[in-house]
Design a protein. Structure first.
Length: 253
């Protein structure tokens, strides 16, 4: 097996399971651990994986994006902590945009239900989760529904968003880095996120630690465009400080 074939197999394994382990890969591929580490370094240089201690996880790109169903199985306790902390940033907002994705859905579920709140979302899952709340008005943005994420996109979605002035947007991303800002694999999703940020007075990014340092295909915002970043304590304090130097408050939970 050539290095190129081996690396393709590593990428397939990472995308299938969400992460790979150096020791397991070495045994499965019949090579030394150092060979696997060298392959992972090469794949990271090409933006296909991000290395971790003892392994790696895939970077979402124009050719690969996880589904909403898959995201509900990964880092769930971390996502719930982040969602609870992000919901505390609501303040006196009366109108809120909730992005597509599992963490934003958890934020929506963590918002107070005992006060009037209007939620604008492109996510069918979020709209369904909030539809029965007595004091919450849900505005579901129309458009083409993406099967993998159950969220609407395209010009119908962005046109509706352009007509709003929203107090607070909870935004997700497939990657966030100090160099490339907030990114996502799909240009249509990129446009919705960018329009939501333009329509909103305040913007909070919420995401797990694995998103930091990763860059996907389409850039929709810079780190300095955010008021606040909410993530977990698994993001090192030193790295959180570097992001805060670009403007936003960084909360680690």
């Amino acid at each position: 097996m050539t290095a190129e074939e081996r690396q393709r197999q590593i990428v397939r394994a990472a995308r299938r399971s969400g992460s790979v382990d150096v020791t397991v890969l070495a045994a499965e591929l019949g090579v030394a651990k150092e060979t696997v580490r060298r392959d992972l370094r090469a794949l990271e240089d090409h933006g296909l994986v991000r290395r971790t201690h003892g392994g790696a996880y895939p970077v979402e790109s124009a050719g690969f994006e996880t589904t909403l169903a898959f995201r509900t199985t990964m880092h769930v306790p971390e996502k719930r902590r982040i969602a609870a902390a992000a919901a505390e940033q609501l303040g006196d907002a009366e109108t809120v945009f909730i992005d597509e994705g599992f963490t934003p859905q958890l934020i929506a579920e963590a918002l107070p239900k005992n006060r009037p709140l209007t939620v604008v979302t492109a996510s069918l899952a979020t709209a369904g989760a909030l539809a029965g709340a007595d004091h919450v008005t849900v505005l579901l943005l129309g458009g083409r529904v993406r099967a993998g994420t159950l969220a609407t996109v395209d010009h119908w979605t962005t046109r509706m968003l352009a007509g709003f002035v929203i107090d607070l947007a909870y935004i997700g991303a497939n990657g966030i880095s100090r160099e490339h800002g907030l990114t996502t694999p799909d240009p249509a999703v990129c446009e919705v996120k960018a329009q939501a940020m333009r329509a909103s007075r305040r913007t909070v990014f919420a995401g797990v630690h694995t998103k930091f340092g990763a860059a996907s295909f389409c850039r929709f915002a810079g780190v300095s465009d955010l008021e606040c970043i909410v993530t977990s304590s698994q993001l090192p304090a030193s790295e959180a400080h570097r992001y805060s130097l670009q403007g936003p408050q960084v909360i680690r939970t």
